[in-house]
Design a protein around this ligand. Structure first.
Ligand SMILES: *[C@@H]1O[C@H](CO)[C@@H](O)[C@H](O)[C@H]1NC(C)=O
Ligand SMILES: *[C@@H]1O[C@H](CO)[C@@H](O)[C@H](O)[C@H]1NC(C)=O
Length: 219
């Protein structure tokens, strides 16, 4: 399906990041992100134990591009936090914008673009209007392997970053290949506005369960 609002999507996208940028300026309230503790830290990878969290998610099916799908899904989330919800309320801006990529087959990718819902809503954030086609995902407490990278997250570098994370994980998990959950599924977390050119932070996330000694739950 071809969407006919690329310009609007881009404007909304940049505007959100602009607001995020303002929120990150000194003297304003710190922006909220999902809470975690670091249970293990190694060169090139951090294992984090995240608390329970709620994410508003926009599924983008049949997308062929990470960048395009992120903008498309993000546009719906942007409308949601700016009043297109059953409470008609403005919701708390959070970071990061998380795009999860699942490839059920080599030629197909499903993208889910997500925004963390502030803990202030206690898991009951206002309901999105149905036309936005969003769902609330509740994540139980779980461990995530994280690799940071700088620059821009793009179609032509995210796969490389994900593979580098898999390699490092293979090394530190001492040949326990099962430590990665949901093979072929990973997420890209973006923390900065596109207008920011240096000092940019992105992360690759993969769910892991093979770190029981470190306190990671294995369900
Ligand atoms: C949204 O509206 C419902 C029903 O009126 C109310 O119970 C709930 O507290 C509201 N939520 C927020 C975050 O304002
Ligand atoms: C990661 O784990 C959480 C909690 O079990 C789950 O809800 C979520 O779907 C997983 N994410 C991915 C990208 O597989």
């Amino acid at each position: 399906m071809q969407r006919q609002q690329p310009l609007f999507i881009s404007i909304a996208y940049y505007f959100y990041w602009f607001l995020l940028f303002l929120a990150l300026l000194p003297d304003s309230n710190a922006i909220e992100s999902p809470q975690y503790t670091v249970v293990r830290s190694e060169p090139g990878v951090e294992i984090r134990l995240y608390k329970e969290s709620s994410w508003m998610s926009a599924l983008v099916r049949g997308g062929t591009s990470f960048e395009k799908s992120t903008k498309d899904g993000f546009h719906r989330l942007y409308q949601y936090i700016h009043g297109t919800n059953l409470n008609s309320s403005e919701l708390t801006i959070t970071a990061p914008v998380l795009t999860s990529i699942t490839s059920p087959s080599p030629h197909e990718s499903i993208y889910a673009v997500r925004l963390y819902m502030s803990a202030n809503y206690g898991g009951a954030s206002p309901q999105p209007k149905p036309e936005l086609n969003l769902v609330l995902d509740k994540w139980r407490s779980h461990c995530v392997a994280v690799k940071k990278f700088s620059g821009f997250a793009k179609d032509d570098n995210i796969n490389e970053e994900m593979e580098a994370l898999v390699t490092v994980l293979g090394k530190i998990s001492g040949g326990k290949p099962d430590s990665i959950e949901g093979k072929g599924s990973y997420s890209i977390a973006q923390f900065n506005a596109p207008s920011r050119l240096s000092g940019r932070l992105n992360e690759v996330w993969m769910n892991v369960s093979g770190f029981a000694a470190e306190g990671c739950p294995s369900y």
